[in-house]
Design a protein around this ligand. Sequence first.
Ligand SMILES: NC(=O)c1ccc[n+]([C@@H]2O[C@H](COP(=O)([O-])OP(=O)(O)OC[C@H]3O[C@@H](n4cnc5c(N)ncnc54)[C@H](O)[C@@H]3O)[C@@H](O)[C@H]2O)c1
Length: 249
Amino acid sequence: MNILISGALGRMGRAVYRAAKANGVNVVAGVDLNADLSDLDYPVYKDFASVKEEADVIIDFSSPTTLDSLLSFAESKQIPAVLCATGYTAEQLNKIAAATEKTAIFRSANMSVGVNLVIDLCKKAAKTLPSFDVEIVEMHHNQKVDAPSGTALMLADAIKEVDPEKYYVYGREGRVGKRNEKEIGIHALRGGNVVGEHEVIFAGANEVVKLSHSAASREVFADGAIKAAAFMLGKKRGAYNMDDYIKTL
Ligand SMILES: NC(=O)c1ccc[n+]([C@@H]2O[C@H](COP(=O)([O-])OP(=O)(O)OC[C@H]3O[C@@H](n4cnc5c(N)ncnc54)[C@H](O)[C@@H]3O)[C@@H](O)[C@H]2O)c1
């Protein structure tokens, strides 16, 4: 498998390169805004239009700003894309959905199988404990640019799937008044080099249930991206996510 890494010079782009090497996967090229400063031992370009090498799959860990050029490159070359960046707007998510008519796109704000298991467990908890108050707390390193994390939103969305009347409240600064039973409180902590911590709290009258996930290193996301890329190999169009991959395990 030949892969192209978008966001090649970033923390995750570098981790994907290490994971690729460890798994015997070829990295043929990278794309990164800072290509001029590249210290990598494979070709890195400033934009997709300059890429000369042929790749089988694109793995993107850059930022939502790459989306338009990435989608047109993937469509014109008919290469599946694994989108791992977070912070897309609703409009961008619609663009991705439209692009899946012509291109194979895998998207997940969290590439860890463990987190995706916690998402399933959250659905089960929301069904079993419908009257419990739900709060989500996440913590990430001090370089993260979006808040709350894409994973916190995935966890909240899973609970909202079970109870569509639920709505999100981000922090409660200046709030006067009690919490509504349909609120999902979402709280983002930032500091140090924390890779990614998520806790979902289901608080009832006499008991509290907590589901949590802690990522010990970025390798877990990089390994997941390599596995997703292998899963996407040869796919022509359609929308895919971690659930689709997990079903193949
Ligand atoms: N899905 C997951 O499991 C998962 C896990 C970790 C991080 N992420 C997400 O992946 C993204 C990258 O995370 P990171 O910690 O590696 O960030 P980072 O800032 O270390 O790296 C991002 C890299 O992308 C490049 N880049 C940004 N915009 C670009 C553009 N328009 N064109 C070309 N290159 C561009 C930057 O120059 C940088 O080198 C973030 O959105 C983060 O939230 C997702």
